[in-house]
Design a protein around this ligand. Structure first.
Ligand SMILES: Cc1cc2nc3c(=O)[nH]c(=O)nc-3n(C[C@H](O)[C@H](O)[C@H](O)COP(=O)(O)O)c2cc1C
Length: 134
């Protein structure tokens, strides 16, 4: 039988995430992020875990995306990680906070040029009329 997990849930999350990485799990960083409109209509999608900073789970997205707009009007969110290879999930509920402009800009600058152009050229969550427009 497994040992009892640490009583600090963030330590458990990091330990299981490390195990998933070590095992060569297919998408160890993938987590499902649920947001909701102001009146509580939920939506969910997968985003990538970018690590912990000051005890906060980080992910990156476009502020103008559906999730970005929903978080701006209702910061209550939920996340789940699922690692099939470990037969484990982690559930997280909390309040999302926007990173500082300086941190957002630093992340954008750290991205490869193609990714910067992609983010700049396409509005996340918006349909593009045609390939020519893109
Ligand atoms: C494996 C995987 C990883 C993804 N990672 C991200 C991510 O880190 N950030 C992000 O904004 N979208 C990510 N996406 C795309 C989102 O799931 C979603 O389609 C997109 O962000 C638009 O969501 P929204 O319209 O609900 O805002 C990922 C999708 C997949 C399948």
């Amino acid at each position: 039988m497994d040992e009892a997990p640490d009583s600090d849930p963030l330590k458990v999350l990091l330990a299981w995430h490390r195990e998933a990485l070590a095992l060569g799990a297919r998408e160890p960083d993938a987590m499902t992020l649920a947001t909701a409109t102001r009146d509580g209509r939920p939506s969910a999608r997968v985003v990538l875990f970018k690590g912990l900073a000051d005890g906060q789970l980080q992910f990156v997205t476009n502020f103008g995306s559906r999730k970005g707009l929903e978080i701006a009007e209702n910061p209550q969110v939920a996340l789940t990680f699922f690692w099939p290879e470990l037969a484990r999930q982690v559930r997280v509920e909390g309040v999302a906070e926007r990173a500082s402009d300086a941190d957002s800009d630093a992340y954008f600058r750290s991205r490869p040029r193609e990714s910067q152009i992609g983010a700049w050229a396409s509005s996340q969550s918006q349909a593009i009329a045609s390939r020519a427009e893109l």
